[in-house]
Design a protein around this ligand. Structure first.
Ligand code: NAP
Length: 316
Protein backbone atom coordinates (compact mmCIF):
# COMPACT_ATOMS: atom_id res chain seq x y z
CA UNK A 1 0.00 0.00 0.00
CA UNK A 2 1.31 3.46 -0.87
CA UNK A 3 1.84 5.97 1.94
CA UNK A 4 -0.61 8.93 1.99
CA UNK A 5 0.82 12.21 0.67
CA UNK A 6 2.04 14.52 3.42
CA UNK A 7 0.96 18.15 3.70
CA UNK A 8 3.66 20.31 2.06
CA UNK A 9 4.10 22.33 5.24
CA UNK A 10 5.07 19.31 7.38
CA UNK A 11 8.78 18.57 7.65
CA UNK A 12 9.86 14.98 7.38
CA UNK A 13 12.05 13.79 10.23
CA UNK A 14 15.09 12.00 8.84
CA UNK A 15 17.39 9.87 10.97
CA UNK A 16 21.01 9.32 9.89
CA UNK A 17 22.36 6.10 11.43
CA UNK A 18 25.67 4.60 10.37
CA UNK A 19 28.80 3.22 11.95
CA UNK A 20 30.74 3.91 8.73
CA UNK A 21 29.34 6.99 6.98
CA UNK A 22 30.02 10.36 8.66
CA UNK A 23 27.12 12.80 9.17
CA UNK A 24 29.49 15.78 8.87
CA UNK A 25 30.10 14.88 5.20
CA UNK A 26 26.45 14.16 4.41
CA UNK A 27 24.45 16.76 6.36
CA UNK A 28 25.49 19.86 4.37
CA UNK A 29 24.60 18.13 1.08
CA UNK A 30 21.37 16.62 2.45
CA UNK A 31 20.25 19.95 3.93
CA UNK A 32 20.93 21.71 0.63
CA UNK A 33 18.96 19.08 -1.32
CA UNK A 34 16.10 18.80 1.19
CA UNK A 35 15.86 22.24 2.87
CA UNK A 36 12.36 21.62 4.29
CA UNK A 37 13.25 18.45 6.21
CA UNK A 38 14.69 17.97 9.71
CA UNK A 39 17.75 15.78 10.24
CA UNK A 40 18.81 13.82 13.30
CA UNK A 41 22.03 11.88 13.87
CA UNK A 42 21.69 8.59 15.77
CA UNK A 43 21.35 8.09 18.79
CA UNK A 44 19.09 11.18 18.67
CA UNK A 45 15.90 9.62 17.29
CA UNK A 46 13.65 12.63 18.02
CA UNK A 47 11.83 10.56 20.66
CA UNK A 48 11.03 7.91 18.00
CA UNK A 49 9.28 10.41 15.71
CA UNK A 50 11.18 9.54 12.51
CA UNK A 51 9.79 9.25 8.97
CA UNK A 52 12.86 8.12 7.04
CA UNK A 53 15.97 6.28 8.25
CA UNK A 54 19.16 6.75 6.20
CA UNK A 55 21.37 3.80 7.09
CA UNK A 56 24.61 2.02 6.23
CA UNK A 57 25.92 -0.60 8.69
CA UNK A 58 23.59 0.98 11.23
CA UNK A 59 24.15 0.68 15.00
CA UNK A 60 22.27 -2.12 16.82
CA UNK A 61 18.86 -0.89 17.99
CA UNK A 62 18.52 1.77 15.27
CA UNK A 63 14.97 0.73 14.31
CA UNK A 64 13.56 0.10 17.79
CA UNK A 65 10.75 2.46 18.70
CA UNK A 66 10.49 4.04 15.21
CA UNK A 67 6.73 3.49 14.94
CA UNK A 68 6.11 6.12 12.21
CA UNK A 69 8.85 4.95 9.84
CA UNK A 70 7.85 5.18 6.16
CA UNK A 71 11.13 4.36 4.43
CA UNK A 72 14.52 2.85 5.17
CA UNK A 73 16.92 4.29 2.60
CA UNK A 74 20.28 2.54 2.39
CA UNK A 75 23.37 4.66 1.78
CA UNK A 76 25.09 1.57 0.34
CA UNK A 77 24.25 -0.72 -2.56
CA UNK A 78 24.40 -3.90 -0.43
CA UNK A 79 21.50 -4.21 2.01
CA UNK A 80 22.03 -7.55 3.79
CA UNK A 81 22.71 -5.83 7.16
CA UNK A 82 19.37 -4.04 6.93
CA UNK A 83 17.13 -6.85 5.78
CA UNK A 84 18.64 -9.29 8.29
CA UNK A 85 17.93 -6.92 11.22
CA UNK A 86 15.18 -8.58 13.30
CA UNK A 87 14.05 -5.12 14.48
CA UNK A 88 13.30 -3.87 10.95
CA UNK A 89 9.62 -2.85 11.18
CA UNK A 90 7.54 -5.17 8.96
CA UNK A 91 5.97 -3.58 5.89
CA UNK A 92 8.35 -0.60 5.74
CA UNK A 93 10.02 -0.44 2.29
CA UNK A 94 13.80 -0.67 2.15
CA UNK A 95 15.43 1.14 -0.79
CA UNK A 96 18.88 0.36 -2.18
CA UNK A 97 21.10 3.24 -3.19
CA UNK A 98 22.00 3.25 -6.87
CA UNK A 99 24.84 5.75 -6.84
CA UNK A 100 26.40 6.62 -10.22
CA UNK A 101 29.66 7.60 -8.49
CA UNK A 102 29.83 4.20 -6.82
CA UNK A 103 29.06 2.35 -10.07
CA UNK A 104 31.88 4.29 -11.78
CA UNK A 105 34.29 3.56 -8.90
CA UNK A 106 33.51 -0.16 -9.00
CA UNK A 107 34.16 -0.20 -12.74
CA UNK A 108 37.58 1.39 -12.20
CA UNK A 109 38.49 -1.09 -9.45
CA UNK A 110 37.46 -4.17 -11.41
CA UNK A 111 39.24 -2.97 -14.55
CA UNK A 112 42.39 -2.21 -12.54
CA UNK A 113 42.36 -5.74 -11.09
CA UNK A 114 41.54 -7.39 -14.42
CA UNK A 115 44.43 -5.53 -16.08
CA UNK A 116 46.82 -6.32 -13.22
CA UNK A 117 46.17 -10.03 -13.83
CA UNK A 118 45.85 -9.87 -17.65
CA UNK A 119 49.05 -7.82 -18.15
CA UNK A 120 50.97 -9.81 -15.44
CA UNK A 121 51.76 -6.61 -13.55
CA UNK A 122 51.55 -8.57 -10.27
CA UNK A 123 54.40 -10.77 -11.54
CA UNK A 124 56.45 -7.83 -12.81
CA UNK A 125 56.23 -6.20 -9.35
CA UNK A 126 57.91 -9.30 -7.96
CA UNK A 127 60.47 -9.30 -10.80
CA UNK A 128 61.37 -5.71 -9.91
CA UNK A 129 61.86 -6.63 -6.25
CA UNK A 130 64.07 -9.54 -7.32
CA UNK A 131 65.87 -7.38 -9.97
CA UNK A 132 64.83 -9.86 -12.69
CA UNK A 133 64.64 -8.64 -16.33
CA UNK A 134 62.22 -11.10 -17.92
CA UNK A 135 59.23 -11.01 -20.24
CA UNK A 136 56.06 -13.03 -19.82
CA UNK A 137 53.82 -14.13 -22.65
CA UNK A 138 51.48 -11.39 -23.87
CA UNK A 139 47.77 -12.05 -24.35
CA UNK A 140 45.25 -9.96 -26.22
CA UNK A 141 42.07 -8.91 -24.41
CA UNK A 142 40.22 -10.97 -27.01
CA UNK A 143 42.13 -14.07 -25.80
CA UNK A 144 40.47 -13.71 -22.40
CA UNK A 145 36.96 -14.17 -21.09
CA UNK A 146 35.93 -12.35 -17.93
CA UNK A 147 33.08 -14.02 -16.03
CA UNK A 148 30.83 -11.75 -14.02
CA UNK A 149 28.77 -13.32 -11.23
CA UNK A 150 25.88 -10.86 -11.06
CA UNK A 151 24.63 -8.72 -13.94
CA UNK A 152 22.83 -6.08 -11.92
CA UNK A 153 23.63 -2.37 -11.59
CA UNK A 154 27.34 -3.07 -11.17
CA UNK A 155 27.76 -6.20 -13.29
CA UNK A 156 25.97 -4.86 -16.37
CA UNK A 157 27.91 -1.58 -16.30
CA UNK A 158 31.23 -3.43 -15.93
CA UNK A 159 30.28 -5.85 -18.73
CA UNK A 160 29.89 -2.91 -21.09
CA UNK A 161 33.27 -1.42 -20.11
CA UNK A 162 35.10 -4.74 -20.49
CA UNK A 163 33.48 -5.30 -23.89
CA UNK A 164 34.62 -1.85 -24.99
CA UNK A 165 38.19 -2.89 -24.06
CA UNK A 166 37.94 -6.00 -26.24
CA UNK A 167 37.50 -8.67 -23.57
CA UNK A 168 35.02 -11.48 -24.02
CA UNK A 169 32.46 -11.32 -21.23
CA UNK A 170 30.20 -13.96 -19.70
CA UNK A 171 27.68 -13.18 -16.98
CA UNK A 172 25.53 -15.10 -14.52
CA UNK A 173 22.21 -13.83 -13.20
CA UNK A 174 19.20 -15.31 -11.42
CA UNK A 175 16.75 -14.37 -14.16
CA UNK A 176 17.51 -14.62 -17.89
CA UNK A 177 19.13 -11.49 -19.26
CA UNK A 178 20.29 -10.11 -22.60
CA UNK A 179 23.27 -7.76 -22.86
CA UNK A 180 24.75 -6.98 -26.24
CA UNK A 181 27.93 -8.93 -26.93
CA UNK A 182 27.81 -10.71 -23.55
CA UNK A 183 27.28 -14.45 -23.03
CA UNK A 184 24.47 -14.25 -20.44
CA UNK A 185 23.30 -17.36 -18.61
CA UNK A 186 21.46 -18.52 -15.53
CA UNK A 187 23.69 -21.62 -15.57
CA UNK A 188 26.68 -20.99 -13.30
CA UNK A 189 28.71 -23.85 -14.73
CA UNK A 190 28.33 -22.56 -18.30
CA UNK A 191 29.68 -19.16 -17.21
CA UNK A 192 32.58 -20.49 -15.11
CA UNK A 193 33.69 -23.01 -17.72
CA UNK A 194 34.37 -20.26 -20.26
CA UNK A 195 35.88 -17.76 -17.77
CA UNK A 196 39.55 -16.99 -17.21
CA UNK A 197 38.93 -14.36 -14.57
CA UNK A 198 35.82 -14.39 -12.37
CA UNK A 199 34.48 -11.26 -10.71
CA UNK A 200 31.95 -11.62 -7.89
CA UNK A 201 29.31 -8.87 -8.00
CA UNK A 202 26.45 -10.69 -6.26
CA UNK A 203 24.36 -9.67 -3.28
CA UNK A 204 24.95 -11.86 -0.22
CA UNK A 205 21.87 -14.07 0.20
CA UNK A 206 21.37 -17.64 1.47
CA UNK A 207 21.57 -18.73 -2.21
CA UNK A 208 24.86 -16.95 -2.97
CA UNK A 209 26.75 -17.51 0.30
CA UNK A 210 29.78 -19.72 -0.38
CA UNK A 211 29.13 -19.68 -4.15
CA UNK A 212 32.89 -19.54 -4.81
CA UNK A 213 33.92 -22.89 -3.38
CA UNK A 214 36.13 -25.84 -4.31
CA UNK A 215 33.62 -27.15 -6.84
CA UNK A 216 32.94 -23.84 -8.60
CA UNK A 217 36.57 -22.63 -8.48
CA UNK A 218 37.75 -25.80 -10.24
CA UNK A 219 35.43 -24.94 -13.15
CA UNK A 220 37.25 -21.65 -13.84
CA UNK A 221 39.90 -21.98 -16.54
CA UNK A 222 43.45 -22.69 -15.33
CA UNK A 223 45.80 -19.76 -14.57
CA UNK A 224 42.87 -17.45 -14.07
CA UNK A 225 42.00 -15.25 -11.13
CA UNK A 226 39.15 -14.48 -8.76
CA UNK A 227 38.21 -10.89 -7.98
CA UNK A 228 35.84 -10.68 -5.02
CA UNK A 229 34.43 -7.19 -4.60
CA UNK A 230 30.97 -8.25 -3.34
CA UNK A 231 30.99 -9.74 0.18
CA UNK A 232 33.43 -11.96 2.08
CA UNK A 233 30.72 -14.60 2.60
CA UNK A 234 30.65 -15.40 -1.12
CA UNK A 235 34.09 -16.99 -1.03
CA UNK A 236 35.15 -20.13 0.86
CA UNK A 237 38.65 -19.03 1.86
CA UNK A 238 40.28 -22.48 2.40
CA UNK A 239 39.05 -23.50 -1.08
CA UNK A 240 40.58 -20.37 -2.63
CA UNK A 241 43.88 -20.97 -0.82
CA UNK A 242 43.94 -24.57 -2.07
CA UNK A 243 43.32 -23.43 -5.68
CA UNK A 244 46.18 -20.91 -5.41
CA UNK A 245 48.50 -23.49 -3.84
CA UNK A 246 47.78 -26.07 -6.55
CA UNK A 247 48.42 -23.48 -9.28
CA UNK A 248 44.90 -23.79 -10.67
CA UNK A 249 44.41 -20.07 -10.05
CA UNK A 250 47.21 -17.57 -10.64
CA UNK A 251 45.90 -14.86 -8.37
CA UNK A 252 43.11 -13.49 -6.21
CA UNK A 253 42.06 -9.89 -5.63
CA UNK A 254 40.03 -9.53 -2.45
CA UNK A 255 38.31 -6.37 -1.25
CA UNK A 256 35.85 -7.98 1.18
CA UNK A 257 36.23 -10.48 4.01
CA UNK A 258 34.07 -12.51 6.42
CA UNK A 259 35.62 -10.52 9.28
CA UNK A 260 36.25 -6.84 8.66
CA UNK A 261 38.60 -5.24 9.47
CA UNK A 262 40.78 -8.18 8.45
CA UNK A 263 42.60 -9.24 11.67
CA UNK A 264 46.26 -8.20 11.80
CA UNK A 265 47.32 -11.84 12.27
CA UNK A 266 45.52 -13.05 9.13
CA UNK A 267 47.92 -14.87 6.79
CA UNK A 268 46.07 -13.26 3.86
CA UNK A 269 47.95 -9.98 4.43
CA UNK A 270 51.21 -11.50 3.26
CA UNK A 271 49.99 -14.21 0.88
CA UNK A 272 52.17 -13.93 -2.25
CA UNK A 273 49.26 -14.63 -4.65
CA UNK A 274 46.69 -12.32 -3.07
CA UNK A 275 46.20 -8.60 -3.52
CA UNK A 276 43.88 -7.16 -0.89
CA UNK A 277 42.19 -3.85 -0.19
CA UNK A 278 40.12 -2.75 2.84
CA UNK A 279 36.55 -2.83 1.38
CA UNK A 280 37.15 0.21 -0.81
CA UNK A 281 36.30 -1.22 -4.24
CA UNK A 282 33.49 1.34 -4.47
CA UNK A 283 32.66 3.82 -1.73
CA UNK A 284 29.38 5.70 -1.65
CA UNK A 285 29.98 9.16 -3.05
CA UNK A 286 27.73 11.66 -1.23
CA UNK A 287 28.02 14.20 -4.09
CA UNK A 288 26.53 11.79 -6.64
CA UNK A 289 24.09 9.99 -4.37
CA UNK A 290 22.33 12.77 -2.46
CA UNK A 291 20.12 13.51 -5.48
CA UNK A 292 19.01 9.86 -5.57
CA UNK A 293 18.21 9.90 -1.86
CA UNK A 294 16.36 13.23 -2.16
CA UNK A 295 14.29 11.82 -5.03
CA UNK A 296 13.07 8.90 -2.88
CA UNK A 297 12.27 11.19 0.04
CA UNK A 298 10.28 13.49 -2.26
CA UNK A 299 8.39 10.42 -3.52
CA UNK A 300 7.47 9.50 0.08
CA UNK A 301 6.25 13.06 0.61
CA UNK A 302 4.08 12.82 -2.53
CA UNK A 303 2.68 9.44 -1.45
CA UNK A 304 4.48 7.61 -4.26
CA UNK A 305 6.33 4.30 -4.00
CA UNK A 306 10.10 4.77 -3.52
CA UNK A 307 12.49 3.60 -6.24
CA UNK A 308 14.93 0.65 -6.08
CA UNK A 309 13.21 -1.15 -3.24
CA UNK A 310 14.40 -4.52 -2.00
CA UNK A 311 12.50 -7.61 -3.14
CA UNK A 312 12.31 -9.42 0.20
CA UNK A 313 11.34 -12.73 -1.42
CA UNK A 314 14.55 -12.67 -3.53
CA UNK A 315 16.62 -11.41 -0.59
CA UNK A 316 18.15 -8.39 -2.38
P1 NAP B 1 21.98 -5.80 -8.03
O1 NAP B 1 21.70 -4.68 -8.96
O2 NAP B 1 20.91 -6.23 -7.07
O3 NAP B 1 22.42 -7.05 -8.93
C1 NAP B 1 22.63 -8.31 -8.37
C2 NAP B 1 22.89 -9.32 -9.48
O4 NAP B 1 23.12 -10.60 -8.87
C3 NAP B 1 21.67 -9.47 -10.41
O5 NAP B 1 22.10 -9.69 -11.75
C4 NAP B 1 21.01 -10.73 -9.86
O6 NAP B 1 20.24 -11.46 -10.80
C5 NAP B 1 22.21 -11.55 -9.46
N1 NAP B 1 21.85 -12.58 -8.48
C6 NAP B 1 21.32 -12.41 -7.25
N2 NAP B 1 21.06 -13.61 -6.68
C7 NAP B 1 21.44 -14.54 -7.59
C8 NAP B 1 21.41 -15.96 -7.61
N3 NAP B 1 20.93 -16.67 -6.57
N4 NAP B 1 21.85 -16.60 -8.71
C9 NAP B 1 22.31 -15.90 -9.78
N5 NAP B 1 22.37 -14.55 -9.84
C10 NAP B 1 21.94 -13.88 -8.74
O7 NAP B 1 23.27 -5.51 -7.15
P2 NAP B 1 24.46 -4.47 -7.45
O8 NAP B 1 24.00 -3.08 -7.16
O9 NAP B 1 25.04 -4.77 -8.77
O10 NAP B 1 25.48 -4.83 -6.26
C11 NAP B 1 25.96 -6.16 -6.08
C12 NAP B 1 26.68 -6.29 -4.75
O11 NAP B 1 27.93 -5.61 -4.80
C13 NAP B 1 25.98 -5.62 -3.56
O12 NAP B 1 24.95 -6.43 -3.05
C14 NAP B 1 27.12 -5.44 -2.58
O13 NAP B 1 27.20 -6.58 -1.76
C15 NAP B 1 28.37 -5.40 -3.46
N6 NAP B 1 29.04 -4.08 -3.38
C16 NAP B 1 30.33 -4.05 -2.91
C17 NAP B 1 31.01 -2.84 -2.82
C18 NAP B 1 32.45 -2.76 -2.34
O14 NAP B 1 32.97 -1.68 -2.12
N7 NAP B 1 33.14 -3.86 -2.19
C19 NAP B 1 30.37 -1.65 -3.23
C20 NAP B 1 29.06 -1.72 -3.73
C21 NAP B 1 28.40 -2.95 -3.80
P3 NAP B 1 18.94 -10.77 -11.47
O15 NAP B 1 19.50 -9.81 -12.52
O16 NAP B 1 18.23 -11.92 -12.06
O17 NAP B 1 18.22 -10.07 -10.36
Amino acid sequence: MLPSPLPKADSLNILFASTKEKPEFWFPLLRAALPAERFFAWPDTNGGDIDVALVATHPAGTFSGLARLKLVQSMWMGVENIINDAELPPGVPVARLIDPGMVAAMGETVIAYVLDWHRHFWGYRQFQQDKVWKRRRQYLASDRCIGLLGLGELGSSIAEKLRAMGFNVAGWSRRPKQLEGVFCSTDLEAVLARSDAVVCLLPLTPQTRGILNQDSIQKIRKDGCIINVARGGHLVMPDLLAALASGHLARAYLDVFETEPLPADSPLWSHPSITLTPHIAALTEPRTSVGKIAENIERIRRGEAPLNTVDFSAGY
